[in-house]
Each structure stands twice: as C-alpha cells, then as structure tokens.
Design a protein around this ligand. Structure first.
Ligand code: IYR
Length: 221
C-alpha cells in the first residue's frame, strides 16, 4: 500500500485543561483495584462492545491490530473455563510454583479457587494474532504482537474502569484451553482471561500501594 498520509489536527487544549484532565484521570485510575469478588449483576453487551472498540483503537506494529476479543456471558461456557483454569492453577499452586513465587503472592491472598470466573457476568478472553493465513497457503506475519496486545488490553482495562466496571487480569498457564473452548483458529493464542463486572457489595481487595513517582520515573532534561 502506498504512503498516503491525511492531515491530523486535533484541537490544542490549554495547559490548564490538560492538567485538570490528567489530575482527574490519575485520581480515577489510582482508585482502580483488581477485583476477585464480583457481583452477578448483569452488564449489558453494548457496554462490553464499546469498551472493546476502545481497545481496538490501540497503536500496533505496522497497524496490524493483531488482537481478537471474545466476550462470554454463557454460564455453561464460563463454567468450563473455570474448571480448566482451576485445574491449571491447582497444578501451579501445589506443584509448579517455586516457594519464592508463592511468598510473593501471599499478600494478595490468591489460591486456585477461581469463583470470580463464574460469578462475573462477562469473561473477556484476549487473543494475540501472530499471523494471518492467506488463501494461497502463505502467511502474513504480524509485528510486535505482545506489545500491541498489551497496549490494547491497557486501553480496555482503563475504559472498563472509567465506566465503573471491575476487572481482573488472569493468565492461567497453560491457557490453550481457551482457544479450544472459544472455538478460535490456530493462529490465535490466548493472551489474557479477564472477568468483568461490578464488584460484589462485600468486595474487598488486597492492601497494596503504588510506587512513588520518584521510584518509577526519571527526567533527563
Ligand atoms: N496465576 C495464579 C497466580 C498468580 C500470579 C500472579 I504474578 C499474580 O499477580 C496473582 C496470581 C492465579 O491467578 O492465582
């Protein structure tokens, strides 16, 4: 495809406006917590769809948009996913995880029981698409796939949180079962499993804090 750029002239916002927007967004995002206790209150499908549209605006390597999202509200399918995830996690907690890793998880209070997978009204499975099969037997490769899908997932988490919805990023290992259960083709690899919904009325979250700016940032001026 030839290079045919279009004018891009977003309106310039005042610094005052920018600071207000950023301060407000920081407050909103700093209040986000990963949630493991979901209400079963329903979330309409259009809410999920618009959040996924937002995820789909993420930048990606060569603009290949190498992601696929599957949202599941079907209770039987959620149950199958929970069962498979719990089997993988049981193996992790009881056999595979080194003690050091289990120690790091202790303050989070996690274990292999994943009730949130069936409690949340929606499960979003994010797939990475490493290549696309061309009709002629060839393949078209995608670029910077984990980076691109990670950015899209970040957009998704922010969009859902700003809409008042809770999320949990979950990566049971191995998670190939998600491709089978979701009926996706072999060029799509599960990247993340994310329950989405409202927090339960009695929801609690681990007592964690964020690093200070000085710990995560350095300016070179
Ligand atoms: N995947 C396991 C263990 C786990 C790992 C990390 I790193 C966490 O931040 C939290 C949990 C689980 O989901 O329980």
């Amino acid at each position: 495809m030839p290079y045919e750029p279009l004018p891009y002239r977003p309106p310039r916002r005042s610094l005052e406006d920018a600071r207000r927007e950023l301060d407000e967004n920081f407050q909103i995002m700093a209040s986000r917590r990963s949630v493991r206790m979901f209400s079963s209150d329903p979330v309409p499908k259009d809410i999920i769809e618009t959040a996924i549209r937002i995820a789909g605006t993420a930048p990606s390597g060569a603009n290949r948009q190498p992601w696929q999202f599957v949202a599941i509200s079907n209770p039987e399918v959620k149950q199958r996913i929970r069962q498979a995830a719990e089997e993988a996690e049981q193996e992790f907690y009881l056999r595979k995880a080194p003690k050091e890793w289990l120690d790091a998880l202790e303050p989070l209070g996690t274990d292999f029981v994943k009730e949130h997978i069936t409690a949340a009204p929606w499960l979003i499975v994010v797939f990475r698409v490493d290549y696309v099969e061309l009709g002629d037997g060839g393949r078209s490769k995608n670029y910077y796939v984990p980076e691109s899908v990670g950015i899209a997932t970040g957009f998704l988490i922010q969009a859902l949180h700003r809409a008042g919805l809770a999320t949990l990023t979950h990566t049971p290992a191995p998670m190939t079962f998600l491709r089978e259960i979701c009926g996706r083709p072999l060029n799509e690899k599960p990247y993340l499993l994310m329950p989405v919904g409202y927090p339960a009325d009695d929801c609690t979250a681990p007592n964690v804090s964020r690093k200070a700016l000085a710990e995560i940032f350095e300016a070179i001026e």
